[in-house]
Design a binder for this molecule. Structure first.
Ligand SMILES: [Fe+2]
Ligand SMILES: [Fe+2]
Length: 158
Protein backbone atom coordinates (compact mmCIF):
# COMPACT_ATOMS: atom_id res chain seq x y z
CA UNK A 1 0.00 0.00 0.00
CA UNK A 2 2.85 2.41 0.77
CA UNK A 3 4.16 4.46 -2.15
CA UNK A 4 7.91 4.81 -1.73
CA UNK A 5 8.21 7.61 -4.27
CA UNK A 6 5.54 10.02 -3.19
CA UNK A 7 6.98 13.52 -3.09
CA UNK A 8 6.92 14.95 0.46
CA UNK A 9 5.48 18.21 -0.83
CA UNK A 10 2.41 16.34 -2.05
CA UNK A 11 1.88 14.98 1.45
CA UNK A 12 2.18 18.57 2.68
CA UNK A 13 -0.50 19.72 0.24
CA UNK A 14 -2.78 16.88 1.31
CA UNK A 15 -2.33 17.76 5.00
CA UNK A 16 -3.07 21.44 4.36
CA UNK A 17 -6.04 20.51 2.19
CA UNK A 18 -7.46 18.31 4.95
CA UNK A 19 -7.07 21.13 7.48
CA UNK A 20 -8.88 23.56 5.17
CA UNK A 21 -11.66 21.11 4.29
CA UNK A 22 -12.33 20.33 7.96
CA UNK A 23 -12.23 24.07 8.64
CA UNK A 24 -14.84 24.53 5.91
CA UNK A 25 -17.00 21.79 7.48
CA UNK A 26 -16.80 23.55 10.84
CA UNK A 27 -17.49 26.96 9.31
CA UNK A 28 -20.52 25.93 7.22
CA UNK A 29 -21.96 23.83 10.04
CA UNK A 30 -21.70 26.83 12.37
CA UNK A 31 -23.25 29.12 9.77
CA UNK A 32 -26.15 26.72 9.21
CA UNK A 33 -26.85 26.78 12.94
CA UNK A 34 -26.58 30.58 13.08
CA UNK A 35 -28.95 31.04 10.14
CA UNK A 36 -31.39 28.61 11.71
CA UNK A 37 -31.29 30.66 14.92
CA UNK A 38 -31.93 33.83 12.86
CA UNK A 39 -34.92 32.21 11.12
CA UNK A 40 -33.15 32.17 7.73
CA UNK A 41 -34.16 28.62 6.93
CA UNK A 42 -33.31 28.66 3.25
CA UNK A 43 -29.80 29.93 3.96
CA UNK A 44 -29.44 27.37 6.76
CA UNK A 45 -30.32 24.61 4.32
CA UNK A 46 -27.77 25.86 1.78
CA UNK A 47 -25.05 25.93 4.43
CA UNK A 48 -26.00 22.40 5.50
CA UNK A 49 -25.56 21.24 1.90
CA UNK A 50 -22.18 22.98 1.76
CA UNK A 51 -21.20 21.21 4.98
CA UNK A 52 -21.92 17.83 3.39
CA UNK A 53 -19.94 18.71 0.25
CA UNK A 54 -16.94 19.78 2.30
CA UNK A 55 -17.16 16.56 4.33
CA UNK A 56 -17.09 14.62 1.06
CA UNK A 57 -13.96 16.54 0.04
CA UNK A 58 -12.34 15.67 3.38
CA UNK A 59 -13.36 12.04 2.83
CA UNK A 60 -11.64 11.99 -0.57
CA UNK A 61 -8.44 13.40 0.94
CA UNK A 62 -8.51 10.90 3.82
CA UNK A 63 -8.85 8.06 1.32
CA UNK A 64 -6.04 9.41 -0.86
CA UNK A 65 -3.72 9.74 2.15
CA UNK A 66 -4.51 6.21 3.27
CA UNK A 67 -3.91 5.05 -0.31
CA UNK A 68 -0.48 6.68 -0.16
CA UNK A 69 0.25 4.94 3.12
CA UNK A 70 0.10 7.95 5.41
CA UNK A 71 -2.14 8.66 8.37
CA UNK A 72 -4.49 11.61 7.77
CA UNK A 73 -3.60 14.41 10.15
CA UNK A 74 -5.25 17.79 9.86
CA UNK A 75 -3.17 19.87 12.19
CA UNK A 76 -4.61 23.36 12.29
CA UNK A 77 -8.33 23.99 12.09
CA UNK A 78 -9.33 27.60 11.57
CA UNK A 79 -11.86 28.87 14.07
CA UNK A 80 -15.32 29.15 12.51
CA UNK A 81 -16.11 32.73 11.71
CA UNK A 82 -19.04 34.16 13.60
CA UNK A 83 -20.59 37.27 12.08
CA UNK A 84 -23.65 39.37 12.66
CA UNK A 85 -25.30 39.06 9.27
CA UNK A 86 -25.67 36.66 6.37
CA UNK A 87 -23.63 38.97 4.14
CA UNK A 88 -20.75 39.02 6.62
CA UNK A 89 -20.85 35.22 6.87
CA UNK A 90 -20.68 34.98 3.09
CA UNK A 91 -17.80 37.44 2.92
CA UNK A 92 -15.85 35.18 5.26
CA UNK A 93 -16.78 32.15 3.16
CA UNK A 94 -15.45 33.93 0.08
CA UNK A 95 -12.09 34.32 1.84
CA UNK A 96 -11.97 30.67 2.91
CA UNK A 97 -12.98 29.38 -0.52
CA UNK A 98 -10.37 31.62 -2.18
CA UNK A 99 -7.68 30.13 0.09
CA UNK A 100 -8.80 26.60 -0.76
CA UNK A 101 -8.88 27.39 -4.49
CA UNK A 102 -5.35 28.84 -4.26
CA UNK A 103 -4.05 25.74 -2.46
CA UNK A 104 -5.50 23.34 -5.04
CA UNK A 105 -4.24 25.49 -7.89
CA UNK A 106 -0.73 25.44 -6.43
CA UNK A 107 -0.87 21.69 -5.68
CA UNK A 108 -2.09 20.93 -9.22
CA UNK A 109 0.68 23.04 -10.75
CA UNK A 110 3.35 21.38 -8.62
CA UNK A 111 2.17 17.86 -9.50
CA UNK A 112 2.14 18.76 -13.18
CA UNK A 113 5.69 20.11 -12.97
CA UNK A 114 7.00 16.87 -11.46
CA UNK A 115 4.89 14.89 -13.95
CA UNK A 116 2.77 13.21 -11.29
CA UNK A 117 -0.37 13.08 -13.40
CA UNK A 118 -2.39 11.01 -10.97
CA UNK A 119 -2.08 13.47 -8.10
CA UNK A 120 -2.38 16.40 -10.50
CA UNK A 121 -5.74 15.03 -11.61
CA UNK A 122 -6.81 14.49 -8.00
CA UNK A 123 -6.03 18.08 -7.01
CA UNK A 124 -7.40 19.53 -10.24
CA UNK A 125 -10.82 17.95 -9.70
CA UNK A 126 -10.98 19.51 -6.23
CA UNK A 127 -9.73 22.83 -7.64
CA UNK A 128 -12.61 22.92 -10.14
CA UNK A 129 -15.19 22.10 -7.47
CA UNK A 130 -13.87 24.75 -5.10
CA UNK A 131 -13.72 27.32 -7.89
CA UNK A 132 -17.40 26.58 -8.48
CA UNK A 133 -18.06 27.04 -4.74
CA UNK A 134 -16.29 30.39 -4.80
CA UNK A 135 -18.44 31.48 -7.76
CA UNK A 136 -21.60 30.35 -5.96
CA UNK A 137 -20.68 32.42 -2.91
CA UNK A 138 -20.01 35.45 -5.15
CA UNK A 139 -23.36 34.92 -6.91
CA UNK A 140 -25.13 34.67 -3.55
CA UNK A 141 -23.50 37.90 -2.40
CA UNK A 142 -24.49 39.61 -5.65
CA UNK A 143 -28.05 38.38 -5.15
CA UNK A 144 -27.99 40.04 -1.72
CA UNK A 145 -26.85 43.29 -3.28
CA UNK A 146 -23.12 43.07 -2.50
CA UNK A 147 -20.84 44.81 -3.22
CA UNK A 148 -21.94 48.40 -3.05
CA UNK A 149 -25.61 47.99 -2.29
CA UNK A 150 -26.39 46.10 0.89
CA UNK A 151 -29.48 43.98 0.39
CA UNK A 152 -32.33 43.27 2.79
CA UNK A 153 -30.43 40.50 4.56
CA UNK A 154 -27.44 42.67 5.43
CA UNK A 155 -28.48 43.37 8.99
CA UNK A 156 -27.52 42.32 12.48
CA UNK A 157 -29.21 39.29 14.03
CA UNK A 158 -27.65 39.26 17.48
FE1 LIG B 1 -14.07 21.56 -0.11
FE1 LIG C 1 -15.74 24.75 -0.77
Amino acid sequence: MRHARIHPRILGYLGRALSLEYSAVQQYMTQAALCEAWGLNEAAQRFREETVEEMQHADRIVKRMLGLGVAPSASCLRPASVARSLVDLLRQDAVLEADIVALYEEATGFCQRIRDQENAGFFEALWREEAAHAQEIDAWLAQLGVPGHPGPDDRAYF
